[in-house]
Design a protein around this ligand. Structure first.
Ligand code: ADP
Ligand code: MG
Length: 404
């Protein structure tokens, strides 16, 4: 595996590190610096070797197709605050380049000393970033002697900074590698992509909002798993597809055929809820009840019910491998956390008896919010990327370009 251990003689070498500093901001301040903290081991390793670091990251979205918005979005998604925070965490000065390319950036790169760190402004300021523009990739690649990919959350995108640069450097015979963060993701997710007979039963738990977002994931998991438990809002599309009443619950009319098809071919692997916590309104509900089998009247499903929790828990406790994506209910509201927390609790009870992975932005947020981060073998840092890893049998463009 082309990991950091394969990079040698780094002293004085200029190394581009693609990091994921796409942190949540509020009024220009960093709301959660987890992603910066998560990059530290790789950065500290490279600093210790005397490398000169050029860090690239995107931050938020810049709608280049709508020019009227661009200036505002650039102001909103300015990476400079991250340079300040990174400096505090590394306990050394982090130089910031307001220029994303050209002579200004080149001068700062030339001025780097061994072990120094330069953070470049948001890669998405460049219109060519998301198009993997060859000229842009070349402008960045020529700055460096080596490249490290440590932005797992961006590895499913073949952009100039995640794909173009390593592709060029590799062609030039220059070393490329994955960082510690990506290495852990790759190793952990590989265990839920390819499961040995001795690591079964393999139980997947699917929830979240939309069936349509997760079709490929569900198909892949049905092929690999012994059981696929279905909770969350996607439940109602499956219920409706079976001709059952769902009250005012959300469902996807254009996914009913798909849902019927999945049920027909799943042959008992698919496990649905038997009861539901329902309410009369999404916001400020005045009536909360538990309904069994169907959802009656003008009520909407908000969480799985107690019988379902017991059934799901029993199956989870027999597992040797777990992949979980998607909350079981509207966990952001205190009345509807129980289903999602019960999954966390079952994983805690399993402890080391199983290899347990949580992937997905909101699912990982729920695990953190309820205080179960240390109970999982792995909580993925990449929402979309972890799902695409499952969909594509372990392959992502930003990782394949390095390891392939
Ligand atoms: P992830 O980011 O982990 O892949 P999703 O984005 O698919 O998960 O779904 C997360 C969202 O699904 C959460 O905001 C949660 O409130 C919502 N959700 C879960 N269950 C329900 C439900 N029964 N009704 C409405 N929304 C739900
Ligand atoms: Mg989500």
């Amino acid at each position: 595996m082309k990991n950091l251990a394969t990079l040698t003689n780094l002293k004085g070498k200029k190394v581009i590190v693609r990091v994921d500093f796409n942190v949540p901001l509020k009024e220009g301040k960093i709301r959660d610096d987890n992603r910066i903290v998560a990059a530290l081991p790789t950065l500290q390793f490279l600093i210790k070797q005397g490398a000169r670091l050029i860090l690239l990251s995107h931050l938020g979205k810049i709608s280049h197709k709508e020019p009227a918005k661009v200036e505002d979005e650039k102001k909103k998604n300015n990476l400079q605050v991250v340079a300040v925070r990174l400096g505090e965490l590394l306990k050394q000065v982090v130089v910031f380049s307001p220029d994303t390319k050209g002579p200004g950036l080149q001068t700062l790169v030339n001025g780097l000393k061994d072990g120094q760190v330069l953070l470049v402004q948001n890669t998405r300021y460049e219109v060519g970033e998301e198009k993997n523009d060859a000229t842009l990739a070349q402008a960045w690649a020529q700055l460096a002697d080596a490249f490290v990919m440590d932005a797992f959350g961006s590895a499913h995108r073949a952009h100039a900074s995640t794909f173009g640069i390593p592709e060029l450097l590799k062609k030039q015979g220059k070393p490329v590698a994955i960082g510690f963060l990506v290495e852990k993701e790759v190793k952990s997710l590989a265990k839920v992509v390819q499961v040995n007979p001795s690591d079964r039963p393999y139980v997947a738990i699917m929830g979240g909002f939309k069936v349509s977002d997760k079709i490929k994931v569900i198909d892949q998991l049905l092929a690999k798993c012994d059981y696929v438990l279905i909770g969350g809002a996607m439940t109602y599309t499956f219920l409706k597809a079976q001709g059952k009443a769902i009250g005012t619950s959300p469902f996807e009319a254009d996914q009913l055929d798909y849902a019927r098809g999945v049920i027909a071919k799943a042959k008992g692997k698919l496990i649905f809820a038997d009861d539901y916590v329902v309410s009369d309104a999404f916001d400020n509900p005045t009536k909360i009840e538990t309904h069994e089998g169907e959802i009656r009247g003008a009520m909407m499903g908000m969480d799985i019910g107690p019988k379902t929790i017991a059934k799901f828990t029993k199956i989870i406790l027999q597992a040797k491998t777990i992949f979980w994506n998607g909350p079981m209910g509207v966990f952001e509201k205190p009345q509807f956390t129980k289903g999602t927390e019960a999954v966390c609790q079952a994983v805690r009870t399993l402890g080391k008896k199983a290899f347990t992975v949580c992937g997905g932005g909101d699912s990982a947020a729920a695990v953190a919010q309820f205080g179960y981060m240390n109970d999982f073998s792995h909580v993925s840092t990449g929402g979309g990327a972890s799902l695409e890893m499952i969909e594509n049998a372990g392959h992502l463009p930003g990782i394949d370009v390095i390891l392939g």
